[in-house]
Design a protein around this ligand. Structure first.
Ligand code: ADP
Ligand code: MG
Ligand code: MG
Length: 250
């Protein structure tokens, strides 16, 4: 469903991604780990369509379509979801209205009838329950004044509402207390299906205790230098990144 080949991206002539190869199939959970500054968020941003970075080589295909050629909103409408490391606040726009617009835009793009108000509210009730989000959060402005944990839970709620094919979660676990971590992880697990995939960017094994990845990749200096099964995350937890840095010094 997602095929990334030799992806290079730079900013201000500084190359951040230096040849990423990654294949994601339906039903899979991939974890991307790696030291700070290795390019994890950059990879996610480039896939989501950030114009801050210039793609200088390589390709990314999403169900056979050239992802890099699509506008960011079309990537989202095709079913790519990116949960930002730092979710933005949108004062004056309530979560309810924001979600109704987003969901119906996605439906329109995919030739589906927009939800009526009551259909939409029903969907919202269902998904709120699924991700255990407080009622009052959805009546407030998007992320405005939300705590770190509430923002992250809200990201999972948005993901539940939009039902993406591929979700990229960028450090969705950072800043979460144990209960919020469990809620976020449960949400991701409940949304898992044989047709959807999740890419989780994380520094910590603790999230992967709840969400068990099929593949773990280590990003270092803009390249995936190691890929293995879930045991790699445990090894990193135990040994840190120094050995990776040493082994792949250049
Ligand atoms: P990670 O998410 O793995 O911690 P990032 O992808 O955020 O790493 O950053 C990778 C590198 O790209 C870092 O050296 C960072 O300073 C640089 N970088 C990211 N965004 C920008 C930007 N907007 N302007 C300049 N440099 C950036
Ligand atoms: Mg970082
Ligand atoms: Mg990051």
């Amino acid at each position: 469903m997602l095929e990334i080949q030799n992806l290079h991206a730079k900013i201000d002539n500084k190359e951040i991604l230096r040849g990423i190869n990654l294949t994601v199939k339906p039903g899979e959970i991939h974890a991307i780990m790696g030291p700070n500054g290795s390019g994890k968020s950059t990879l996610a941003s480039v896939l989501a369509g950030s114009e801050v970075f210039e793609v200088s080589d390589g390709s990314a295909a999403f169900y056979g379509k050239d992802l890099l050629d699509m506008a960011p909103e079309d990537r989202a409408r095709e079913g790519l979801f990116y949960s930002f490391q730092y979710p933005v606040e949108i004062p004056g726009v309530s979560m309810v209205n924001f979600m109704r617009t987003s969901v119906n835009e996605h439906r329109k793009y995919n030739n589906l009838k927009p939800y009526t108000a009551s259909e939409f509210l029903k969907l919202m009730r269902e998904k709120k329950k699924l991700v255990e989000i407080d009622s009052n959060l959805t009546n407030r402005s998007v992320n405005e004044g939300f705590s770190g944990g509430e923002k992250k839970k809200n990201e999972i709620f948005q993901m539940a509402m939009l039902q993406p094919k591929v979700a990229i979660l960028d450090e969705t676990d950072s800043g979460l207390d144990i209960d919020a971590l469990r809620i976020v992880a449960n949400g991701v697990n409940k949304l898992k299906s044989k047709d959807t995939a999740t890419i989780i960017i994380t520094h910590y094994q603790r999230l992967l205790d709840y969400i068990v990845p099929d593949h773990v990749h280590v990003l270092h200096n803009g390249r995936i230098v190691k890929s293995a099964g879930k045991e790699l995350a445990l090894e990193l937890e135990e040994k840190g990144y120094e050995w990776i840095k040493k082994e792949f010094e250049d």
